[in-house]
Design a protein around this ligand. Sequence first.
Ligand SMILES: [Zn+2]
Length: 640
Amino acid sequence: MKRLLFISYLAIMQLDLHAQADRWQQKVNYQMDIQVDASANKFTGKQKLDYWNNSPDTLKVLYFHLYWNAFQPGSMMDLRSQEIGKRLIRGRADWDPRVKDRISSLKPDEIGYQKVKNLKVNGLVQKISLYETILKVELSKPILPRSKSLIELEFDAQVPVQIRRSGRDNAEGVRFSMAQWYPKLCEYDEQGWHPTPYIAREFYGVWGDFEVNINIDRKYVIAATGYLQNAHEIGHGYEINSPIPFKPSKTSTLTWKFKAPNVHDFVWAADPDYIHNSKTVRKGLVLHSFYKIDTASLKKQFESQPIRMRQAANLYGFIASYKSQWDSVLELAARALPFIDKHYGEYPYKQYSFIQGGDGGMEYPMATLLKGAGTGVVIHEWMHSWFQMMLGTNESLYPWMDEGFTSFAEANVNNFLNGNIDSFPHLDAYNAYIALSKSDYNEPLTTHSDHYNTNTAYSTNAYSKGEVFMEQLGYIVGSAVRDSILLKYFNTWKFKHPNVNDFMKIAEQTSGLQLDWYKDFFVNTSKTIDYGIDSLWDEGGQMKIRLRNYGSMPMPIDLEFQFKDGSVEHAYIPQYLMFGSKMNENPKIKRTIGEPWKWTHPTYTISIDRRLIDLKKIEIDPGKRMADGERRNNKLELTW
Ligand SMILES: [Zn+2]
């Protein structure tokens, strides 16, 4: 009896495991002690890393990111930006306006650096070599498969002047925006090491637990990825959520103790004048916001607006509306949360912080650095908690899987917040993608994010084509099925490193349709879609419609007929490569299903049990979810 029970328990375990992603991944626990000399813009750090090599491979080297070395004249980031700036797109230099050639003129006390010393693995000092933003460690003893190692190192760093994402004294006057600030172990996965130099963009890290202790001048308020462990000693607005009564210390510096479980990065920011708001939005989840009112920078912002665009009559009005926007961030996030949880998976951490800092909007675990607090950027960055911070895709290889999926969710969340007044909130993304697909600087979605020839192609592909990918998937499998795919994707791959194949497999399993062709055409190439109506005629008591594929990528076809008597009918032509049909998305409307369209065949004729004389209008994909580059041939209105 006992044995039998044991077997059935095993069977249940296996079932359970089956629903999980079945891939090994590395793990690292960081323990860091940081001493900040705020007036010198420098700090020193000690790192202790517990590193689990869960791979079946023997590791002979380790790699670390030293991102801040990019902020030095002549760096790869500097040259890359200057080269891209030579290209004009629509009459404008294509470089990132925040970077331009600014790195080239940084003075020694303005550059960024991270210098590592005394790097030991399991107690033995290791040979290290510096490749600008990547540190290579040649191990004196290899790290064996499925083993744990202790890595220790010390480092010195100088906070660069704010150039990109991190730095000091940004345009809003925030003292320290501390992103990519520590020697960060590169990820090793089933594709091997990813020592991606910091040239422009995108991140990838090892999952693990962070314990970060930061010692800094007591006047600074710190906002960070982690949960503050000693709020009762710190105060600065954290004491209200502390179970231990606040007992301020009298020392000239404070040591802030943070812990962040199961994340792949750690960000923090610090300023003496941060206004700190917090809000408990449900049991066990506190949202925070940190911002400052820097009158000088706000005055600059106010005066740089064209007079006719000024929303406020004077500087005081401008500051008041700025403040109220920041003060309503937590309310906005709380309002969006139930919709987000329901559609994209439940937010599992105990904290999230909207932090003023950096130079735009940039996502980190449990936090974002924001320039301003507009709804679009606030929701966008928060959605990155799902797409990248929990679904930890390699952004360099699949930037569209975080930026595109995030933009897709952002559009839907914003539409929800606006009362769903927009029937198609993805139109801008479609227009941007289609314009790119017709331009001479188009590149396939598989391009490494640092390798795009232009910033324009990178951003349109990553954000817009990625968003189109997801909305168009709803066209192929049905929107409701696409929504289930997203939830299943979250539940299967959260806290892991999914790639495009993992997503496609979930999409196939959930929809019951074959979808490899969608990846092969839409992701792996820059082929484009264009279907059109070729001709219509009556034959044998039926109406015949011949369609033509003018494009280079196949798709299934939704057709809508409007008749003179006011009735509407649909026809659906599955793409042969799907080996099946999507469910009827509008069961109230009669739908004729045609034979599958073989993609090798340029034309296709469908028969409908109506007469041509009764027809008023016919349209391919009236919902416009298919990214058809030429819509004029999709529609035919008959005037008899
Ligand atoms: Zn983004």
